[in-house]
Structures are given as C-alpha cells and as structure tokens.
Design a protein around this ligand. Structure first.
Ligand SMILES: [Zn+2]
Ligand SMILES: [Zn+2]
Length: 139
C-alpha cells in the first residue's frame, strides 16, 4: 500500500475539508484559512496550505485554476465547468453537455500531452444583473 493511502485524517484536516465544503463558493487558500481560524485560532496559513495539498492528493477536493491569480478549491470533485461573474467574481458550478472536455480533440494541441481541460464561462450573475438594471433605472 502506498504511504499516501494510509495517511490519517487528522482533526485539523477534517476542519480544513469542512471549511471548503461550508464556504461552498470555490474559496481561495486564504479564505479557507480565515474560516479554519475561527475553530483553530492558532493555525497557520502554511498548515492550511499543507492540508489543502494533502486533500487534493487524496482526491477529496480539486484545485481550480484560471479564476484569477490564485488557486481556488472545489469540494465538487465530479466533472463540471464553472461560470464566473465578471462583476462580483462569484464562481458557480455548471453542468452542460456541450462543454464536455472529452469533446475536445487532443490532436489539436500542437503536440502537447493534455492532462486537463479547464473551461470557464464568464458573464454576469443574476444578482449583479438585477442590481445593475436597478442602478440604471434609478438614474
Ligand atoms: Zn455577480
Ligand atoms: Zn466547481
């Protein structure tokens, strides 16, 4: 058995995982750290990072790249894509067959071996659309 497979779920790691789940909005490591700190006031950011990378390695969470500079974390480990609000930066899961990554032909990849396909749609979320519409009618 591989060493990583027998790693124990520590109390700390369970709290980190629960924080990713309860925040729910694809938080960054720092946002997760702030949340974990409410339960473990003496936890350090590097401890949170270490636990996040172990959880990723174990397949409990997924790192999400391409949503700005930082890596975000996702408790939804099933195949899905994201839609990003260009106003409030909220990230929402979407399940749409037409953007299934398996429909992309790896032969088009200039000789690269492809590990992953990230598709993020960018738009305006319903809340922001409502707010901007209201601001316009107030003028
Ligand atoms: Zn928005
Ligand atoms: Zn997601």
């Amino acid at each position: 058995m591989k060493q990583s497979a027998v790693r124990r779920m520590t109390k700390q790691r369970i709290i980190v995982l629960d924080s990713v789940k309860s925040l729910g909005f694809h938080p960054t490591a720092y946002e997760i750290f702030e949340r974990v700190r409410q339960e473990l006031p003496r936890v350090s950011l590097s401890t949170v990072y270490r636990n996040l990378s172990i959880l990723v390695e174990q397949g409990d969470i997924l790192p999400v790249r391409g949503l700005g500079q930082e890596v975000h974390y996702d408790h939804n480990v099933h195949d899905h894509c994201h839609v990003l609000c260009s106003i409030c930066n909220k990230v929402t899961d979407i399940h749409a067959d037409f953007i299934n990554p398996s429909h992309i032909n790896p032969r088009d990849a200039e000789g690269y071996v492809i590990d992953d396909v990230l598709i993020t749609l960018i738009g305006v979320c319903p809340e922001c659309a409502k707010r901007t519409k209201k601001e316009h009618t107030d003028e």
